[in-house]
Structures are given as structure tokens and as C-alpha cells.
Design a protein around this ligand. Structure first.
Ligand code: NDP
Length: 451
């Protein structure tokens, strides 16, 4: 069986990769396990040097890696280059900080010595999505390797050449073969791999059905998982916000990566006092976004990653219109291209408010009071993050504890940063990536007691 990726902009074939057979999967698992035995003993300094070399390789060939991502999933090339650069950042961050994150923690007891040490657990399987083909993988593999673990990747079928390229990054950077391996397989192979005793934990980024399937298999084998699933972040605009900056930030929060981001601001909640003025400025800014060939460095809105995903978004939009929502801007689809779209008069019962919209469509709702704003934010089954825009510091302090999300950003869009934990609540998943919290997810927190 072959896995083929098709350019969603022009329907040309990008790559055809032969799917692994059972013997080849076994070979990868064996190699991963044997590499673990030596990798776990390498000092932090050596691991750091390797990761710095990975960062150098990413920077050196960023154009090559970015172009493949753009061809495979339609991401504008300037955003693809920025993604590769961010991967270099996360490698450098963990190269510099992991020894500190995982340093021995002494705890005083009646023993002569007692402490906690953070030992590697072994081979970690990552099931990853297509929306940030490089970033999602590096966010997992940089801390995994620094902790002494080994990575095996099952990437989304539509970005398999990017997955092969990630393996190439590690080969070119000179890491031991087996530290990171891509497995070109379909998702039907995952269950048996999760059950394999050599796999010690699983991390998955993607949809709720994929997360539920993989995590329940993992749970039945008593294996730990981290899930980073969808989101429907709110952008809450109060009348005392820094107006122009807030307009620009909200546009970027929704439309970057052609709207295909779990932490995108999908529900724009505007205080009634500033509603008309803000909506008109927001719509004007959205009109100015340049759609076009994803390979053109000036393009801001590319095409969606697959036509079926664009069709799904269209269905959500049509359903919402039949429920009473109104299209202020855009609303049309041509193949995998979806116009930047603004939908007003949205209430919490509507599809577009309840479900995740994974493309360039924003829903607009208005509110009168702080309490109403908090209720609207929390009235989502998702809980990845929320942004609030206000100059009132007392309001900020009062509201932050009331949100149910995994992150609150004030006067900025929710974004990931290697220094900060990243993850959600409710059906957005569990566990954290990045920062010291991320690297501590897949380690054996070993208690040592010496009488
Ligand atoms: P999926 O969640 O289906 O795919 C993500 C990854 O999971 C892929 O590697 C996929 O492999 C794999 N996968 C899917 N089903 C299973 C399964 N039952 N067992 C094991 N692995 C599985 O995403 P889609 O591409 O279908 O996108 C659908 C929706 O998911 C989007 O519209 C969006 O709402 C959400 N999504 C969220 C992302 C996020 O960042 N949180 C990222 C991408 C999507 P394969 O490609 O071979 O099917």
C-alpha cells in the first residue's frame, strides 16, 4: 500500500511513500528499543549538543522543509518558514534547560538522604496532525530526547513527505539512528503498536475521535497518554481595549495558518458598547488579507489542507445559517479554498458556537457584562485557551480565575512558547506540553530513600 500526499492548491501529487509492512514496523520498534538502551545513558551535555545540531540543520535548510509543508497542506510559505524556525527554538530551549528541569529534587525526611530523580521511560509513540507538520512533532521530540527517551512518529497521511523530512533532519544532524524514526503507516496500524510492550507512552494531537481511540487503547494497557485535541478559543473584547492593536491581534488569532489551529480564536465575543465600531474595523482588516498561491511569500490565506475538510466547514456554516446566523463577509468555498468568513448573530445553541471550526471562519457574539462574557467563554465543551482585551487591571485579576481553560492570555492571542506549559481542559485534552511541565510528562519520577 502507498500513502500519497496531494497538493490541495493544484491537486498535483507531492509524494508517494510505500507504507511499512509488519516486518518493517517490527524492525523500527526493535531499533528504537535497542537505541534506548544506549541513549538513556548519554549525559545531558551530549544530548544538548545533538539538539543544537538539529536546530542548526533546521535553520540551514528551512526553505526546503517549508516548501514541502506548503505543497502538502497549503500553508502559506512565509508561515511555513516561521514554523521551521520555531522548531529550532524549541530544540535550543530544551538543549539549554532540560538538565535543570530534570535535576534531582532533594526532600528532607528522617532518612539520611531522600530525593526524587527523573529517569527516562523508553520509547514514546507520537500520533500527529497535519496542521503544523513540523512544529507538532518537534514540540514532542525535543523534550523526549532530552529526557533520554526515544521517539516514534505516526504522522497524518496527507503530510508523509514532511514526516520523512523530519527523520532526514535528525539524520543530517548526526543523531544515532533510532533516536527518532518516522513510520509511514495508516491509522489502522496504531492499535497494535500502542499495545506493543516496547511502547511506554503515547502523545496525540488531533481530533477527539482520534484521541479517544488511541487513549482508550493506551488506558487498557495501563500506559500513559497526553492528548492535545481541538479548541474553540474565545477572544473577548471589552470597550476599554487598545482598539487598533486588538483588531490586528484578533485577525491574526483567527486567520493565521488559514484558520487551522487548535488555539485559534474561533469565537469573537464583543462588548455591546463597542460592537458596531469593532466589528466594522475587524471586517475591514479581514478584507485586506491576501489570499493566493501558498508559495507566494505575500500570501496570508492559503488553501485548507484537504478539500474534504473545507467541505466539512461549509456544512457547519450552512447549518449555522439555517439556525439563524448571518454571513457578514465571505462564506464561499472553491475546492480547498475557503474565503475568510465572518458570521454574526451567533448564539450558544448554534453549531458554529458549539463545534470547533477548523478553517478561516469566525463567529461573532455580543455581551453586556463581565459575568455574561465569562459564561459565554465557559459555555464551550472545549477548554484550550481564552484571550481577553481590556486595559482594566482590576477586571483582569478578577476574571482570570473564573475561566475554565488551560490558558488565559491578556491583550494577546493564545500562542505556544517553549517556556510556558501548553494544554487544555475538558474535551481539549489532558496533560501538558512544553516547559518543565512538558518534559516531566514522560519520565519516571523515581523516589529514592537511603536510610
Ligand atoms: P485526525 O485527528 O483524524 O488526525 C490526526 C492524527 O490521528 C493523524 O495522524 C491520523 O492519521 C491519526 N488518527 C486518526 N484516527 C485515528 C485512529 N482511530 N487511531 C489512531 N490514529 C488515528 O484529524 P483529521 O485530519 O481528520 O482532522 C479532523 C479534525 O480534527 C479537524 O477538522 C480539527 O477539528 C481536528 N484537528 C485538530 C488538530 C489540533 O491541532 N488539535 C489538528 C488537526 C485536526 P491519518 O491521517 O492516517 O488518519
Amino acid at each position: 500500500m502507498n500513502i500519497t500526499s496531494i497538493n490541495p492548491y493544484n491537486q498535483e501529487e507531492v509524494a508517494t511513500i510505500k507504507a511499512l509492512n509488519l516486518d518493517e514496523i517490527e524492525e523500527k520498534l526493535t531499533r528504537a528499543q535497542s537505541t534506548f538502551k544506549s541513549w538513556r545513558k548519554t549525559p545531558y551535555k551530549e544530548r544538548s549538543t545533538h539538539l543544537i545540531n538539529v536546530a542548526k540543520e533546521l535553520k540551514k535548510n528551512k526553505q526546503e522543509y517549508a516548501e514541502t509543508m506548503t505543497r502538502e497542506m497549503g500553508k502559506p510559505i512565509s508561515q511555513a518558514i516561521a514554523e521551521v524556525e520555531k522548531c529550532a527554538w524549541v530544540c535550543e530551549y530544551y538543549a539549554e534547560n532540560s538538565e535543570r528541569h530534570l535535576g534531582i529534587k532533594n526532600i528532607e525526611t528522617e532518612a539520611s538522604k531522600s530525593y526524587v530523580r527523573y529517569d527516562p521511560i523508553g520509547v514514546v509513540l507520537a500520533v500527529m496532525p497535519w496542521n503544523y507538520p513540523f512544529w507538532q512533532v518537534f514540540r514532542f521530540i525535543a523534550p523526549a530526547l532530552m529526557a533520554g527517551n526515544i521517539g516514534l512518529l505516526k504522522h497524518a497521511s496527507n503530510v508523509m513527505q514532511s514526516a520523512e523530512n523530519i527523520q532526514k533532519v535528525f539524520e543530517r544532524a548526526g543523531l544515532p539512528k533510532g533516536c527518532f524514526q518516522n513510520m509511514a503507516i495508516g491509522s489502522d496500524r496504531i492499535e497494535n503498536i500502542v499495545r506493543d510492550p516496547r511502547i511506554k507512552a503515547i502523545t496525540l494531537t488531533g481530533s477527539k475521535p482520534a484521541g479517544a481511540a488511541v487513549a482508550s487503547t493506551a488506558a487498557s494497557e495501563i500506559k500513559k497518554s497526553v492528548l492535545e485535541l481541538g479548541g474553540s478559543n474565545a477572544l473577548v473584547v471589552f470597550d476599554d481595549c487598545d482598539f487598533d492593536a486588538t483588531v490586528q491581534t484578533c485577525v491574526q488569532a483567527r486567520y493565521q495558518n488559514t484558520g487551522q489551529s487548535c488555539i485559534a480564536g474561533k469565537r469573537l465575543l464583543i462588548e455591546d458598547k463597542v460592537y458596531d465600531k469593532f466589528l466594522s474595523a475587524f471586517a475591514k482588516a479581514v478584507t485586506q488579507l491576501k489570499s493566493g498561491d501558498p508559495m507566494d511569500p505575500d500570501t496570508y490565506i492559503g488553501v485548507m489542507a484537504r478539500e474534504d475538510l473545507a467541505k466539512e466547514l461549509e456544512e457547519q456554516l450552512q447549518k449555522s445559517i439555517s439556525e439563524g446566523a448571518k454571513v457578514l463577509l465571505g462564506g464561499h468555498r472553491h475546492g480547498a479554498y475557503f474565503e475568510p468568513t465572518i458570521v454574526t448573530d451567533v448564539t450558544p445553541e448554534m453549531t458554529i458556537f458549539k463545534e470547533e471550526t477548523f478553517g478561516p471562519v469566525i463567529s461573532i457574539t455580543t455581551f453586556k457584562t463581565d459575568e455574561e462574557a465569562v459564561d459565554l467563554v465557559n459555555q464551550s465543551d472545549f477548554g484550550l485557551g481564552v484571550s481577553i482585551f481590556t486595559k482594566d487591571e482590576a477586571r483582569v485579576e478578577k476574571l482570570i480565575p473564573l475561566f475554565e481553560d488551560g490558558a488565559v492570555f491578556v491583550n494577546d492571542m493564545v500562542k505556544s512558547n517553549p517556556n510556558l506549559p501548553f494544554g487544555g481542559t475538558k474535551i481539549s485534552g489532558y496533560g501538558r506540553e512544553l516547559s518543565s511541565d512538558g518534559i516531566q510528562e514522560f519520565v519516571n519520577k523515581k523516589t529514592v530513600y537511603i536510610k
